[in-house]
Design a protein. Structure first.
Length: 101
């Protein structure tokens, strides 16, 4: 479902190991959809979350920074969950309002 306002974050687990995982990221606004693979954990380096190249419905477009930041925060929470519980969340879905600044 396409959001009428704000943005939707959908993250699906691809491959997973104890210290790292790969997710398929789908970020969506009312007008554009963005897809990328994301490395989380040890394979992502010091940042802990590393987005790959974005593919989108609009050539050359990047997802809004506020939506990418929320996706990064959700993936860091998934990393903490995996460290505490020994498993990665299979799917993470969030809706976020667009900032009003």
């Amino acid at each position: 479902m396409t959001p009428k306002n704000g943005g939707k974050i959908e993250l699906r687990l691809g491959t997973a190991a104890t210290a790292s995982a790969e997710y398929e990221a789908h970020l969506q606004t009312a007008t554009t959809s963005f897809h990328a693979r994301v490395q989380v954990g040890a394979n992502a380096g010091a940042k802990q979350v590393e987005f790959g190249a974005w593919t989108t419905t609009e050539a050359g477009a990047e997802p809004p920074e506020w939506l990418t930041a929320d996706a990064r925060a959700a993936l860091k929470a998934a990393l903490r969950t995996s460290q505490a519980e020994g498993r990665w969340p299979r799917r993470i879905t969030r809706w976020r309002p667009e900032p009003s600044d």
